[in-house]
Design a protein around this ligand. Structure first.
Ligand code: HSE
Length: 319
């Protein structure tokens, strides 16, 4: 199959944006180049020449040569504005914004159908671990029973560090922020909200179940205290922030995010640091286990890169 040439208009040049810029320099096989980058802050010092940047989003939307918008900004409301404008202009979109996708799933689906343009977001869920396209394609005709996993890198990093290295919660969180794993507002990570947005995306692609963030419970790691850590150590357990969804006997979907004690028999016990791990259970394939880095510049950029590559073949989710 021949590959389409892609001219990218990039929104945002933070940790992942710069990561994408770097990985694209190293993938000459892919005919994709970043034509223009839209950023907000005119005064910020950046790693590359100012010739690459614009401060006016219309320079990107009105450029007929730009056929792909890659949205990597932090603000979910501004991201929705960018993504919906792009889809309405017939430009394909790649986004890593889980909050924006989880909050606007139905509207985004309608826009894709109405304007017949794809929106891909592998990076929005578990960064480098290819889970959405596997759910979409590999399990297309299998019957999914449950999905369970660690889907937030920062909290897994914090739990690992406080447990193994015995450093304080605040120090571990500061490390996760310094390494570019945490959200700018880290309560999204520690409160289990980021994990819930990802679970909502997984639910849509696994069970075809679309729900709003308010409809699911999320309990984070911010209230785990010394008592729970002591209990886990004494019993040879670990605490993991687990996102879980399964079909009940009555056929309803139950889904939530909460910290759990796990023992060494559980595969998630062995998923540490910034890694994410997801266990699927299906009727025919039985149990499968995915693992990969769940945050960080290059791991997240690798998922964005994979979506860009998929767009060069005109791939789109079937839903
Ligand atoms: N803050 C997120 C995490 C980034 O720690 O998993 C990747 O989605």
């Amino acid at each position: 199959m021949s590959r389409k040439k892609l001219n990218i208009g990039l929104f945002g040049f933070g940790c992942v944006g710069f990561g994408l810029y770097e990985v694209l320099q190293k993938t000459p096989g892919l005919k994709a180049n970043i034509k223009n980058i839209c950023v907000k802050d005119k005064n910020k010092a950046r790693e590359i020449s100012s010739d690459h940047f614009t401060f006016d989003k219309n320079d990107i939307f009105n450029d007929p040569e730009i056929n792909v918008i890659v949205e990597l900004i932090d603000d979910a409301d501004a991201a929705f504005e960018i993504v919906s404008t792009a889809l309405k202009s017939g430009k394909a979109v790649v986004s890593a914004n889980k909050k924006m996708i989880a909050e606007h799933f139905t509207e985004l689906l309608e826009l894709q159908r109405k304007y017949n343009v794809p929106l891909l977001y592998e990076a929005a869920c578990c960064a480098s671990m290819p889970i959405i396209r596997n759910l979409e394609e590999y399990y297309d005709n299998d019957l999914l029973e449950s999905i369970e996993g660690i889907v937030n890198g920062s909290t897994n990093y914090i739990l690992t560090k406080t447990f193994k290295d015995n450093i304080s919660y605040d120090e571990a969180l500061a490390e996760a922020q310094q390494k570019g794993f945490a959200e700018s507002n880290p309560i999204l990570d520690t409160g289990g909200f980021d994990a819930k947005y990802k679970l909502l995306i997984l639910l849509a692609h696994s069970f075809g179940f679309i729900a709003q963030p308010d409809e699911l419970f999320n309990i984070g790691i911010n209230n785990i205290g010394d008592l729970e850590l002591k209990y886990a150590r004494e019993k040879g357990l670990k605490i993991k922030l687990v996102a879980q969804a399964f079909k009940t006997k009555e056929g309803a979907i139950s889904a939530f995010v909460l910290p759990k004690f796990v023992d060494a028999e559980n595969r998630l016990f062995h998923v540490d640091d910034v890694f994410n791990g997801v266990i699927t259970k299906t009727s025919f394939a039985d149990t499968q286990f995915f693992v990969g880095k769940g945050a960080g510049a290059h791991p997240t950029a690798s998922a964005v890169l994979s979506d860009i590559s998929a767009l060069s073949y005109d791939y789109q989710y079937e839903y």
